[in-house]
Ligand binder design. Structure first.
Ligand SMILES: [Ca+2]
Ligand SMILES: [Ca+2]
Length: 281
């Protein structure tokens, strides 16, 4: 890769007191903007969290995309390779949204990454800066392989998403509905639109974390490699983890829109709230 280094000085201290520092970003392939995560040992998890116990993680360092992979980026992959996603090969996928019961996902014929909610719904080709969705974990891996990267490990994701924070959210201990794209409202029958979006939002809409990563909480769940110890070896073979929650998550349903929770789903399944970001060594 021919990567030119640029320095972006982000006044992160305005949003995250005490966190102001120079953030090094460099352009990667296919218009990715990469944040360098330095070598070091990090303490992750939380003593009060059942699924993500305190543990230390040592890394030699890596680069990670500053935002979720977009429809435009995925379209370039498809144009170059002719790749067909799981949902395209199946001819259907699962959809949900406003007007649904809690946890309700319905089969929709014709739903795929280009039409994440099926024919007549939003057209992803007209939303180039929204995160790509309706791609399976294996589809995401195929994109990463094409571009010379890989998915982040669950701990690599947490190091980058926390950016030094010890709290459940990049901005502190309490959820702030206007700082991330999640589900606003008491249920999925009605969205109160407090954060401005019912479904996905353009990447980089909300303030970044202290290291310049956007949408680590909300917008789309992000596929990660590796599994916590509580996932059985059988499940680990057929499932893939996801982190950070999504536009679909609220405190009443899902609730994984934070820096600590770790979800998982079948690695061949696709959803309209599931995406990924890329890591480069
Ligand atoms: Ca929202
Ligand atoms: Ca996200």
């Amino acid at each position: 890769m021919d990567l030119r280094t640029s320095i972006i000085l982000l006044l992160a201290g305005v949003l995250f007191p005490g966190a102001a520092h120079a953030i090094e970003k460099k352009p990667g392939p296919n218009h990715h903007q990469l944040v360098h995560i330095s070598a070091g040992t990090h303490v992750l998890g939380d003593a009060g969290h059942k699924l993500n116990r305190p543990h230390s993680f040592k890394t030699p360092g890596y680069f990670i995309s500053d935002c979720e992979t977009t429809n435009a980026q995925f379209a370039a992959f498809v144009a170059a390779t002719g790749y067909q996603t799981h949902a395209e090969r199946n001819g259907w996928s699962l959809v949900g949204g406003e007007g649904s019961a809690e946890w309700e996902w319905k089969r929709m014929d014709g739903a795929d990454w280009k039409q994440p909610f099926g024919p007549g719904g939003p057209d992803a080709t007209k939303l180039p800066d929204h995160p790509v969705t309706q791609i399976s974990g294996e589809d995401a891996r195929a994109y990463c392989k094409w571009i010379g990267g890989r998915l982040p490990d669950i701990d690599e994701w947490e190091v980058a998403a926390r950016a030094g924070a010890k709290t459940p959210f990049p901005w502190g201990r309490d959820f702030q509905p206007k700082l991330a794209n999640t589900w606003n409202g008491a249920d999925h029958l009605k969205n109160t639109r407090e954060d401005g979006f019912v479904l996905t939002s353009p990447v980089r809409t909300y303030p970044p974390n202290a290291w310049g990563l956007y949408d680590v909480v909300g917008n789309v769940f992000e596929y990660c490699e590796g599994h916590p110890s509580w996932i059985s070896s059988t499940d680990a073979d057929r499932r893939i983890c996801g982190r950070g929650g999504s536009w679909w998550c609220s405190s009443h349903c899902c609730g994984f829109h934070n820096l600590l929770d770790i979800g998982s789903m079948l690695k061949t399944a696709s959803l309209p709230n599931q995406g990924f970001r890329v890591v480069f060594d």
